[in-house]
Design a protein around this ligand. Structure first.
Ligand SMILES: O=C[C@H](O)[C@H](O)[C@H](O)COP(=O)(O)O
Length: 237
């Protein structure tokens, strides 16, 4: 089975959690796209759901697949968000944003009762950080913001090259929100929660790709089959 078939399997398993009448967050990326396509087939067969897309790309995919859409201004919560990830650790902390959709993805995930992460099992890692960490920034004052990010990295015991993301056309990649992304090659992030907090405190940082405590479960598809991992809630949560 190839990687794309594994991604589709993970998407199909997540679809089993969807019930009639649900309000859904629709993730972005090649894995989430399978979910949108499979959901579209169920909608065509009579399933009643409504979705909030996490990117303009997903909006276009959902429209093409006939999935009815809404916004977070029109619904007061979402039941489930189904989204992919670039890395998933055993605590179900994530790196996301390889496709540049991290900001809307995080807003939508945070507005959801549950977030189901779908992926092929190559995304499962013991420690986050091999995948470059995307940090979405305001273009104004980028030099100062980069210095503040470096300081935050040093305080959290990580370091690595940073680069402003470019698109395939060689121009700076611009997010759906009109911002830029700095990708940081950190290698290992021992304490993702502290780093997430430090990055969020920087004025020029709009959002970062560390998703801490947002994923409720992960559906991982691999050669051996599908594994569903539930997040262990900390005491008192
Ligand atoms: O910005 C993009 C998203 O965070 C994606 O969910 C993530 O990059 C994983 O994408 P894919 O399923 O294509 O590997």
């Amino acid at each position: 089975m190839n990687m794309d078939q594994l991604k589709r399997q993970a998407a199909a398993r997540a679809l089993e959690e969807v019930r009639d009448g649900m309000q859904l967050g629709l993730g972005t990326g090649s894995t989430a796209k399978h979910f949108v396509e499979l959901l579209g087939e169920r909608v065509a067969a009579g399933l009643k759901v409504i979705g909030v897309p996490t990117s303009e790309q997903t909006r276009a995919d959902a429209e093409r697949c006939g999935v009815p859409l809404t916004t977070l201004d029109e619904v007061d919560h979402l039941d489930i968000t189904v989204d992919g990830a670039d890395e998933i650790d055993p605590a179900l902390n994530l790196i996301k944003g390889g496709g540049g959709a991290l900001l809307r993805e995080k807003i939508v995930a945070a507005a959801s009762d549950r977030m189901i992460v779908i992926a092929d099992d190559t995304k499962w890692v013991p420690t986050l950080g091999k995948f470059p960490l995307p940090v979405e920034v305001i273009p104004f004052g980028l030099g100062a913001t980069r210095r503040a990010i470096e300081k935050a990295f040093a305080e959290c015991g990580v370091s690595g090259q940073m680069a402003v993301r470019k698109g395939k056309d060689g121009h700076v990649f611009v997010t759906d929100g009109g911002h830029w992304i700095v990708d940081a090659q950190l290698g290992r992030i021992e304490d993702p929660a502290s780093l997430a907090k430090a990055l969020s405190a920087i004025p020029g940082v709009v959002e970062h790709g560390l998703f801490i405590g947002l994923a409720s479960s992960a559906v991982l598809a691999g050669a051996e089959g599908i594994r569903v991992i539930e997040r262990r809630k900390p005491k008192g949560d």
